[in-house]
Write a protein that binds this ligand. Structure first.
Ligand code: PEP
Length: 249
């Protein structure tokens, strides 16, 4: 099955009004692409970026969402609020959220459910630590993280979920998984989904994330089960990000 590639930029907690204007202007130099380009600024800049990219094909993502629908949750942002700013995707289960903010598999699953109810498409991040990889637990960790979401929203919901395999040892370290390592895990993720639904498993786009650069992206994108990339650091450099999008075709 042909799956459209997605190249998503996670800007994390970076940027200012000025730098974001410059970054988006740089990105708008991009020529048409067959891939879907997604950018994920911090909450305060969603409105600004939404306006700046209005005439482009870029999609907007948020970096987090509340698992609650509305009410007395000071400091939280609801899925319906994101919808007001044309946000299409939301990153969920990013390892920084799991480790620094104690988001458990159940918390992530609840957020996935809330996002889907508000018609936001989750980009569900999963991945193992170095210790887990060395203990041959890569597949079981990824399966556990996915199973928590299947148990909450059902396998059919995965037709609307994008998975990002992000080995924690590769995030922000400059140490990307090789294309073969990524393919091996992506294939196992698809095989795991296929146990519940072959049709859904073939549809789901599985992105790789972890120190993706223009120079390494081509080999990754040639792998049959790598359907794009979630890019952190390199997405803050317009030229580098555009080169990654180009590599995706
Ligand atoms: C990320 O934070 O999702 C990520 C992949 O970061 P980096 O590309 O900087 O490793």
């Amino acid at each position: 099955m042909i799956r459209q590639k997605i190249v998503a930029g996670n800007w994390k907690m970076n940027g200012s009004k000025e730098s974001i204007n410059a970054l988006v202007n740089g990105l708008l130099e991009m020529k048409g692409s067959n891939s879907e380009v997604v950018i994920a600024p911090s909450f305060p800049y969603l409105s600004l970026v939404n306006e700046l990219v209005a005439a482009s094909d870029f999609s907007l993502a948020a970096q987090n969402v509340s698992g609650e629908v509305k009410g007395a949750y000071t400091g939280e942002v609801s899925a319906s609020m994101l919808g007001d700013f044309d946000v299409k995707y939301v990153l969920l289960g990013h390892s920084e959220r799991r480790t620094l903010y104690n988001e458990t598999d159940d918390v992530v699953a609840a957020k996935v459910a809330t996002a889907l109810n508000a018609e936001l498409a989750p980009i569900l991040c999963i991945g193992e630590t170095l210790e887990e990889r060395e203990a041959n637990q890569t597949f079981s960790v990824c399966e556990r993280q996915i199973q928590a979401v299947i148990s909450k929203v059902g396998i059919e919901a995965f037709a609307k979920i994008v998975i990002a395999y992000e080995p924690i040892w590769a995030i922000g370290t400059g140490l990307s998984a090789s294309a073969e390592q990524a393919q091996e895990v992506h294939q196992s993720i698809r095989a795991f989904l296929a146990k519940s639904s072959e049709v859904v498993s073939q549809k789901v786009q599985i992105l790789y994330g972890g120190s993706v650069k223009a120079s390494t992206s081509k080999a990754l994108f040639e792998m049959p089960d790598v359907d794009g990339a979630l890019v952190g650091g390199a997405s803050l450099d317009a030229k580098e990000f555009i080169a990654i999008v180009k590599a995706a075709g």
